[in-house]
Design a protein around this ligand. Structure first.
Ligand code: MG
Length: 418
């Protein structure tokens, strides 16, 4: 048996005159609606959507929730058609309901617009919904970064809302509730003022959902309160032993690398739901949010992972040692400025192993035949220090012999030196 405990708070903020946000926290149904439209029409749209949602949610399944959202859309749209001064009004609607699917308790989540749902599980905060907003589309197309979206002047423009069309596409997810899970529903007045890190921090620190909702709203107001602010928090306080059972099952499989409990989200969502009178439905290409939920969970270190890591370290160590040995095993004769010198290592160095000076020779470039200059500048490799010494001696010898020979040949033949 799943048991929930909820808290909710809303505030007009510090700029707006009217609070056009509405919420519903009436187990098993929870929702946040953020109305848009002048002359108090936004307020009417948001109120109509939550009222209709409450009365239309009669079948406690995920499809039942989707149907109720579509009924709410119809109600807002019809009201706008019947009242010319309310034309163009609309509202976001993010809702969660405790439902029964395949004989077990699940949480159904639906979203239209840019109000959001987050899940805090094992201290990690994950955004479950995707905003239907202009900036979100720009981010998805790679035209702006998420950071730019956060301060974009048109960040309040939504691309999908209840009441704009007679039929609507509804994103829907199903989640398995585990004890300790905490879900936050909120309007953009909260997320525009507080970073995800700050929201997560409040959700981790305040155990009571009512206190946490109040504190989130208070902090968003303190940060500027540029818009109406609403937060609904739903805690899973009992899951009928589901989390423990899942842990126990995993514990029986000694080498299972999966974390406990298993991934929360059961359905690859969202599901595009088309209304009966809809003429066009956008093709959805969004990345599956649920996949993020599943992959972001911590992995347990198994002996296989450990053995593989040790192997990688050993192989890497062997490569480094081989390179070091190769880099340091040779000598070469080169130049230190104009002076001939013997170095240990490879000319120019190898990776991070630079050659080191072993010995300066009493010989400059002027004492070496020009034919050897280029090889000395490049560094003449030798197998050992002794070989390098012999090479230097040979250079000196060649130079002396050539000088002796030129002295002999330039002296006039047969004439005695004075
Ligand atoms: Mg708003």
């Amino acid at each position: 048996m799943t048991a929930l405990k909820a808290g909710a708070a809303t505030d007009v903020g510090r700029v707006r005159q009217i609070n056009e946000d509405r919420f519903l926290a009436d187990e098993p149904l929870f929702a946040v609606a953020d109305g848009v439209g002048g002359h108090q029409a936004g307020e009417v749209a948001a109120q109509t959507s939550v009222d209709t949602l409450r009365t239309a949610f009669t079948e406690r399944t995920a499809q039942g929730l989707v149907d109720a959202v579509m009924a709410a859309n119809q109600a807002v749209w019809q009201l706008a058609q019947d009242n010319s001064e309310k034309r163009g009004m609309g509202t976001t609607l993010t809702a969660v309901a405790l439902v029964v699917e395949d004989g077990e308790d699940q949480l159904a989540l639906t979203n239209v617009g840019d109000s959001r749902a987050y899940l805090l599980q094992h201290g990690e905060l994950v955004q479950l919904t995707e905003d239907h907003s202009l900036v979100e589309e720009l981010v998805r197309d790679g035209r702006i970064t998420p950071a730019e979206a956060q301060v974009h002047p048109q960040r309040s423009i939504i691309t999908r809302a209840l009441g704009m069309e007679p039929a609507i596409e509804v994103d829907c997810w199903k989640l398995i509730p585990y004890r300790g899970d905490r879900i936050l529903l909120c309007s953009d007045g909260l997320t525009n003022e507080l970073s995800n890190d700050r929201i997560a921090s409040v959700l981790r620190q305040l155990a009571d959902p009512q206190e946490a909702a109040h504190d989130l709203v208070r902090q968003a107001r303190a940060e500027g309160g540029g818009d109406n602010i609403t937060a609904v928090i739903i805690d899973v306080v009992d899951d009928g032993g589901r989390a423990e059972k899942a842990s126990a099952e995993l514990a029986r499989e000694p080498r299972a690398p999966a974390p406990t409990p298993p991934p929360t989200v059961t359905e690859k969502a969202p599901r595009a739901v088309q209304g009966s009178t809809s003429t066009a439905t956008a093709t959805r290409t969004r990345p599956p949010v649920v996949a993020e939920v599943a992959t972001e969970r911590p992995r347990r270190l198994t002996w296989r992972v450990l053995a593989f890591s040790l192997l990688v370290i050993a192989v890497f160590g062997a490569i480094v040692l081989s390179v070091a040995w190769y880099a340091r095993s040779a000598y070469f004769v080169g130049l230190e400025g104009e002076r001939v010198a013997i170095y240990r290592g490879r000319p120019g160095g190898l990776l991070w192993f630079d050659p080191t000076l072993q010995e300066r020779k009493p010989l400059t470039l002027d004492d070496v035949l020009p034919v050897h200059h280029s090889e000395l500048r490049a560094g003449k490799e030798q197998a050992s220090k002794a070989a390098a010494d012999r090479y230097v001696n040979r250079l000196r010898q060649e130079f002396d012999e050539r000088r002796a020979a030129s002295t002999t040949t330039t002296a006039p033949p047969g004439r005695p030196t004075p």
